[in-house]
Design a protein around this ligand. Structure first.
Ligand SMILES: C[S@@+](CC[C@H](N)C(=O)[O-])C[C@H]1O[C@@H](n2cnc3c(N)ncnc32)[C@H](O)[C@@H]1O
Length: 177
């Protein structure tokens, strides 16, 4: 995956790492955390992600977290899509988001995939993911723990449906927290 991304984005440096523990020893003006954070399924791990973002944000810089959903916006859903490759292979899938754990921090995402090979044969694959979901207040607390000042950015629900965006500022050096 990194090799494909490096080909598509040659101007970017690529580093493999775990967002809970990565330490590059550098800071950046901005840190962007996108839907990969869906795979964080416990509050302690969410706090580790917040700490990773914080130590890589320069004092006075910002971190943007764009989440697929929070507990308050979670909604069971079904989507389908696919892709036709230039080499004759093709994929169609149905993605089913469901099974929110009523007292926990996870839900299920099942994929039913139809993969067509060059010779026209089709095989079916079932893929199953466990994703994490946290309440707005849990997110705010996790992001504030390392020292971020946290704002929720208003999004148009007609466009973004369940998505939530947090703009987090790391206070400038010497600024009161
Ligand atoms: C839904 S995809 C995100 C795709 C990404 N938004 C993109 O457009 O390329 C989820 C990604 O999260 C990564 N991931 C899951 N757990 C991770 C972790 N603890 N640290 C870093 N990456 C992780 C997976 O390897 C996968 O590439």
């Amino acid at each position: 995956m990194l090799a494909i991304s490096a080909r598509l984005n040659p101007e970017c440096e690529h580093v493999a790492g775990d967002m809970r523990s990565l330490r590059l020893g550098r800071t950046f003006d901005a840190v962007f955390v996108h839907d990969a954070v869906s795979y964080i399924t416990t509050l302690p791990n969410l706090e580790h992600v917040a700490a990773t973002a914080y130590v890589h944000t320069r004092p006075g810089g910002a971190a943007l977290f764009v989440l697929d959903c929070v507990r308050e916006t979670f909604a069971p859903d079904t989507e389908s899509s696919g892709h036709d490759g230039a080499d004759g292979r093709a994929l169609r899938y149905l993605e089913w988001t469901h099974d929110l754990d009523p007292s926990g921090t996870t839900f299920a995402v099942d994929f039913a995939c139809l993969l067509r090979d060059r010779d026209g044969s089709i095989r079916t694959v079932h893929d199953w993911h466990v994703n994490g979901v946290f309440a707005l207040a849990e997110w705010r607390a996790a992001l504030a723990t390392p020292g971020f000042a946290v704002d929720v950015v208003p999004l148009d629900p007609a466009v973004h449906e369940t998505q939530v965006m947090f703009a987090c500022r790391r206070p400038a050096a010497g600024a009161p927290r």
